[in-house]
Design a protein around this ligand. Structure first.
Ligand SMILES: Cc1cc2nc3c(=O)[nH]c(=O)nc-3n(C[C@H](O)[C@H](O)[C@H](O)COP(=O)(O)OP(=O)(O)OC[C@H]3O[C@@H](n4cnc5c(N)ncnc54)[C@H](O)[C@@H]3O)c2cc1C
Length: 406
């Protein structure tokens, strides 16, 4: 199928496939079993220039497009989800936010860390502020030339392994006035005040730590506040818009897992015989396969389109396209992996095959990075041109603040 890829992109895809099959796949089961962050894979990805590909050349990256990153992520996810997530988070998410809104100093800092293999952490979610991210209580108080940050975040990807942290906090000026929500850059091992207090016990994606973080009088120099042109008051919406690239990346990981599962299933139904013939000769399974392929193709097209939408008058993927692609791809991927596992019968349920791991891994993608429900709210609100308030006190509060988790 012609997906409108350039010969250079096809070559990049082939290089990523080769890496995924020869370096990532042999390590995938072990990473899952040991729950250890794969520093060896990080090193290999760094040497192969798959981390920081999207960082502009002026900051040492390759200035690649989000579609280039998507092509690489898909190949990695077919073989090893943790490897794919490292590629997402070193090319999209926090790094693209800094590259869009950061000062020169911030861009140089972020680029140098990421290009050396650091996976930046983005710290938004709190125990009492999940989908309703604006309810966050982590405080950043201005004191002279710095901000003092106090609060807790949980489910922070990379907690304990990431150095660079983009921390979202409610900002208070010198007079104690609440001036909105801002993002602040902190490097974990430079100074005190940023502690990983707990590792979440995850169902899947086990080699990628999810941490609970405590900020205790964490001092951040004022020049490390990431400030969009709209300032703190509207800044959160802008900063979250930058997160659309991460949504495209996460949707692509889900799609890649599904593609990997479908490849396994398509081979298996030709090989496995029951009732004296390959099970792929049964129409019941053929129609399942056709539905799986159809959903996979639709997911891929939506994700490629969302990735391509960056550059069409925007530095980020279009929010509507990114949200729709993530909703569709993450939900389709769960169904595809589940059906692939079904086709293997008892073997599908065995830990000796990768399908049970894929089923655990893929389950996450309707949750992290904005749940499928909250993203539907985003899509509907843009369709209708309304802010759809989720709070009981409704429209008054909604008009004074951007939409939850948008
Ligand atoms: C593996 C993993 C990695 C993550 N990584 C990060 C990270 O790096 N940084 C970070 O900041 N966060 C991260 N998160 C947190 C993630 O963004 C939140 O889990 C997510 O936003 C949902 O918040 P919650 O878990 O508190 O669920 P809740 O907000 O409590 O939602 C519970 C349920 O209610 C539904 N719901 C809530 N509000 C509405 C509504 N208005 N309308 C309809 N349904 C609604 C939700 O869809 C969900 O089904 C991660 C989560 C996971 C699982």
């Amino acid at each position: 199928m012609d997906l409108g890829l350039s010969s250079e992109q096809i070559a990049l895809q082939a290089r990523a496939r080769d890496f995924a099959q020869s370096v990532a796949r042999p390590r995938a089961a072990e990473i899952d079993a040991t729950e250890q962050y794969p520093w060896d894979i990080v090193k290999a990805l760094t040497e192969a220039h798959f981390v920081g590909m999207t960082i502009p050349t002026a900051y040492g990256g390759e200035g690649r497009s989000f579609l280039d990153a998507v092509l690489v992520i898909e190949e990695m996810a077919k073989c090893c989800t943790v490897t794919a997530r490292i590629v997402v988070e070193t090319n999209m998410g926090a790094i693209s936010t800094v590259m869009a809104y950061g000062s020169e100093e911030q861009k140089k800092l972020a680029a140098s860390l990421v290009l050396a293999g650091d996976k930046p952490a983005i710290c938004i979610t709190e125990p009492d502020a999940g989908s309703d991210a604006l309810a966050m209580t982590t405080r950043a108080e201005k004191r002279g030339d710095r901000y003092i940050i106090n609060g807790r975040k949980h489910w922070i990807t990379g907690g304990g392994v990431s150095r660079l942290h983009l921390i979202f906090a409610r900002v208070f000026d010198e007079k104690g006035q609440d001036v909105g929500i801002g993002g602040f850059l902190a490097v974990r091992d430079q100074g005190q005040g940023l502690r990983v207090v707990r590792r979440e016990q995850t169902m899947g994606l086990r080699g990628m730590p999810e941490g609970e973080l405590a900020f205790e009088d964490l001092e951040v120099p004022a020049e490390m506040a990431v400030l969009p042109p709209s300032g703190f008051r509207r800044g959160f919406a802008d900063l979250m818009n930058a997160y659309n690239s991460q949504r495209v990346g996460a949707g692509t990981v889900a799609m890649g897992i599904a593609a990997g599962a479908l490849e396994l299933a398509a081979e298996w139904v030709k090989e496995r015989e029951q009732f004296g013939r390959p099970i792929g000769e049964f129409q019941g399974l053929q129609w399942m396969l056709a539905d799986m392929q159809t959903q996979l193709t639709a997911s891929r097209l939506m994700l490629y389109q969302a990735a391509r939408s960056r550059g069409e008058g925007s530095i980020f993927p279009d929010p509507m396209l990114a949200a729709q692609a993530k909703i569709f791809a993450s939900e389709a991927a769960i169904r595809i992996v589940n059906d692939a596992l079904q086709m293997f019968g008892a073997r599908g349920y065995s830990r000796e095959l990768p399908l049970e791991r894929m089923a655990r891994d893929v389950r996450m993608f309707t949750i992290g990075g904005g749940t499928a429900q909250v993203l539907r709210t985003l899509v509907a609100s843009r369709m209708l041109g309304w802010k759809l308030p989720q709070t009981r006190d409704g429209y008054i509060e909604a008009s004074a603040r951007p939409l939850a988790a948008e």
